[in-house]
Design a protein around this ligand. Structure first.
Ligand code: DGL
Length: 282
């Protein structure tokens, strides 16, 4: 039997199980994370916000990304009444996670995509040397490098900024000659010859996982979608915030609407979704 108080509360914060989960990214790449959350927690209502007016985040300053992340989080918490926030973007996680965590500590769980990836890599004893590909801002932030050094000092890591990839994918170039040429250039990076695994440290990259695999046959590729979904599940369980009723009312907002974004959602989310325009910066 389910305890009534479990249905209606989160310890101390006023959040309830029936509130939605807020997920955001610079664009539509974070839909790869949203899709994994939808698969693992099908009863949850998801509110997705893609900041397509400001994509890509990967070449913007920490301060600017922080201000975007704060505004989006306010929207998800205050207007959409979300019970948890998932930063489905490595760049925003690197630039704004500590800001959001400190601001909302004790009131709402804020989950970033970097920590679950770090956990997955360091738990794998076969990985002695790992490559990291990500946007310029994620690599320049040193977040992965600092966490790997602190958590597993013997692990060798080789970060590489791959700035063309997110825009290339967002524009619909994957599984074609263009993506193949760009990947060939990036992945022939000399230090990658000796790695055992590669961290796809951008939520856009699962879309080109097969292509990357082609270059890195036999090497383990880590992407954030599944690990973040299971981290979220654990946190919701610990906070007694798991929804018990199935809802079919996911909402997908973007700060700038184009047909091409809507078309691409199918590839990122696994099915076509209806994008709603929501300009938070008017
Ligand atoms: N999807 C974002 C990430 O995980 C990056 C895309 C961008 O540059 O906006 O880092």
């Amino acid at each position: 039997m389910i305890c009534l108080s479990r249905l209606n509360k989160i310890q101390g914060s006023g959040m309830t199980v029936n509130q939605p989960i807020g997920i955001f990214d610079s664009g539509i790449g974070g839909l790869t994370v949203a899709a994994a959350i939808g698969r693992l927690l099908p009863q949850e209502q998801l509110i997705y916000f893609g900041d397509t007016a400001h994509v890509p985040y990967g070449d913007k300053s920490v301060e600017l990304i922080g201000s975007y992340a704060e505004r989006i989080t306010e929207f998800l918490l205050h207007e959409q009444k979300c019970k948890a926030i998932v930063i489905a973007c490595n760049t925003a996680s690197a630039a704004a996670y500590s800001l959001l965590r400190d601001r909302y500590k004790g009131s709402v769980p804020v989950i970033n995509v970097i920590d679950p990836m770090i956990e997955a890599v360091i738990a794998d004893d076969d990985i002695k040397s790992v490559g990291i590909i990500a946007t310029k801002t994620t690599i320049a932030s040193g977040t992965y490098q600092e966490k790997f050094s602190r958590r597993k000092p013997q692990l060798l890591f080789h970060p590489l900024a791959t700035p063309l990839l997110a825009s290339m994918i967002e524009e619909g170039f994957y599984n074609d000659n263009i993506s193949s040429a760009v990947l060939e250039e990036y992945l022939s990076y000399e230090p990658f010859k000796s790695i055992d695994g590669l961290v796809l440290a951008c939520t856009h990259y699962p879309l080109i996982k097969k292509e990357i695999n082609h270059f890195f046959n036999q090497k383990l590729l880590f992407d954030s979608a599944e690990v973040v979904a299971s981290k979220l599940k654990k946190i919701l369980e610990a906070e007694s915030l798991i929804s018990l009723e199935r809802k079919n009312t996911n909402r997908f907002y973007v700060s700038d609407f184009t047909q091409s974004f809507e078309h691409s959602t199918k590839i990122f989310f696994g099915k076509q979704v209806n994008l709603e325009l929501m300009n938070l910066w008017k």
